[in-house]
Design a protein around this ligand. Structure first.
Ligand code: NAD
Length: 208
């Protein structure tokens, strides 16, 4: 698959385009233009044009894109043909909310299980996801070929969990614990801070 770098804002709109395109009758809509997509979804034409250009190049003059090819391309960029498994460490309030959230599927991600040091939390959730004792972490990650992990433990335990994840071959970590983690070169680390997103909204509001 051709590797491309897509802006976060574009990535956020791709599932919306995909849902719209998949709802079309392809036999009647063999080609589709950015103008039609923009109008149908109530989005700005320039923005839609830029998004589609980033994933599938410029459309053909007057014809736009072949609808089936555009669907295939968006699928590829979203990683829906290449589902990657992820696990969560820390099955508390946040960990459970993420474990139950279905929206990760839109981006080719499947959170398969959560692990917790508190063995009384082990079991199957209503949505059928496993919560397992932390002692089973390494064996599970290796057996299931998991390469992505989410850390939702208290800050005091986050580095030791991170070290264990790296030790069993995890390549990308999404850390919610409010602390800076050290990872070796080659391991991707993304720090999440929900307060920052809300603070940014507040700042934008005050400046408006
Ligand atoms: P919580 O207390 O409900 O859950 C923490 C869970 O981690 C518990 O189930 C606990 O048993 C488990 N745990 C503790 N030590 C562990 C270890 N060494 N290994 C495995 N499991 C362990 O807390 P919460 O509200 O779910 O928050 C979890 C973390 O996420 C905290 O660090 C919190 O500060 C952070 N948080 C971050 C954001 C953000 O925007 N980044 C938002 C909310 C919470």
């Amino acid at each position: 698959m051709k590797q491309i770098s897509v802006m976060r804002s574009t990535l956020g709109r791709l599932p919306i385009y995909l849902e719209f395109l998949q709802g079309l009758d392809i036999s009647e809509n063999e080609n589709i233009s950015a103008t039609v997509i923009a109008k149908s979804l109530g989005l700005g034409e320039v923005q839609v044009r830029k998004d589609l250009n980033a994933v599938s190049g410029a459309g053909r003059p007057k014809l736009g894109y072949r609808t089936d090819e555009l669907i295939k391309r968006i699928y590829e960029v979203l990683g829906r043909n290449d589902i990657k498994k992820a696990v969560i460490i820390g099955a508390g309030k946040l960990g459970n909310a993420l474990l139950e959230y279905n929206g990760f599927r839109d981006y080719g991600l499947l959170i398969t299980a959560a692990f917790d040091i508190d063995e009384s939390k082990a079991g199957i959730t209503e949505a059928g996801k496993e919560i397992l004792p932390l002692t089973q972490l390494e064996e599970y990650v290796l057996r299931e070929g998991v390469r992505i992990a989410v850390i939702t433990v208290p800050a005091s335990s986050a580095q030791s969990i991170c070290d264990r994840l790296v030790g069993c071959g995890i390549e990308a970590i999404w850390n919610f614990a409010p602390c800076a983690l050290c990872v070796p070169e080659g391991v991707l680390l993304q720090q999440e801070n929900l307060a920052l997103s809300l603070a940014h909204l507040k700042l934008t509001m005050n400046n408006g």
